[in-house]
Design a protein around this ligand. Structure first.
Ligand code: 13P
Length: 248
């Protein structure tokens, strides 16, 4: 069976002291035999610190973004090769906050995924509809369009990505998609991936959006939910550990 992936997205939170406390508490509470993959996607300035804290623990390191460019005059950007030097295994691409506040288009997101893949980093491609889009009955159209761009740009490498379905209306709002609502979208995405590759069953499709200690088990029990991308609850070690146990 495919291992589930529980990935924390710390967003723009943390400090040297808080990170150390958090990671040490998570490591101390990890189940003795970990049967799911675990990762933390941390702010760029803390990659080196968290790389050291996670070394040998079974927790993988992720970044929250990656440049589509290889190098050069792109102030503020970080390339996949740089991230690789810090042992980064996953890079979030196209998080809704990047799409919303930094104008990232489907095409930019697809190119970021390509840059990650070319350097042996697994892109976690975030997609999801806004509340207005859901209410207009556009959920499927929107998520399929967002995923189609990544499929189109990445060809046969598509089986190496992770997809994260994060309905924008559920992010940080405490409103979670019901397990049925999430599963319905995940099934659509799985079908789209199946049409693109015969290895679609191995692609992990994570759910994100107010996943927490109380609702994780039910969400993770859905047939096409292969893990979670966790924001707020990943900043609290006991909650993150409960979600990890729900996936294990
Ligand atoms: P919350 O879990 O805080 O809703 O955030 C979800 C998210 O955006 C993870 O990438």
């Amino acid at each position: 069976m495919k291992k589930k992936l529980i990935a924390g997205n710390w967003k723009m939170n943390g400090s040297l002291a808080a990170n150390e406390t958090l990671v040490k508490a998570v490591v101390a509470g990890l189940p003795a035999s970990l049967t799911c993959d675990v990762a933390v996607c941390v702010p760029a300035p803390y990659l080196a610190q968290v790389q050291t804290l996670c070394a040998g623990t079974g927790i993988d390191l992720g970044s929250q973004d990656v440049s589509a460019q290889a190098s050069g005059a792109f102030t503020g950007e970080m390339s996949a090769t740089m991230l690789k030097e810090f042992g980064v295994r996953y890079a979030l691409v196209g998080h809704s906050e990047r799409r919303q506040y930094h104008g990232e288009t489907d095409e930019v997101v697809a190119n970021k995924a390509k840059a990650a893949l070319a350097n042996g980093i697994t892109p976690v491609v975030c997609i999801g509809e806004t509340l207005a889009e859901r209410e207009a009955g556009q959920t499927e159209v929107v998520v399929k369009r967002q995923l189609a761009a990544v499929i189109h740009t990445n060809g046969h490498c598509i089986s190496e990505i992770v997809v994260a379905y994060e309905p924008v209306w559920a992010i940080g709002t405490g409103k979670t998609a019901s397990p049925e609502q999430a599963q319905a979208v995940h099934a659509v995405l799985r079908a789209q991936l199946k049409a693109a590759t015969d290895k679609a069953d191995r692609i992990k499709i994570l759910y994100g959006g107010s996943m927490n200690a109380a609702n994780a088990k039910e969400l993770l029990a859905q047939p096409d939910i292969d893990g979670g991308l966790i924001g707020g609850a990943a900043l609290k070690a006991p909650d993150f550990l409960t979600i990890i146990r729900a996936a294990a």
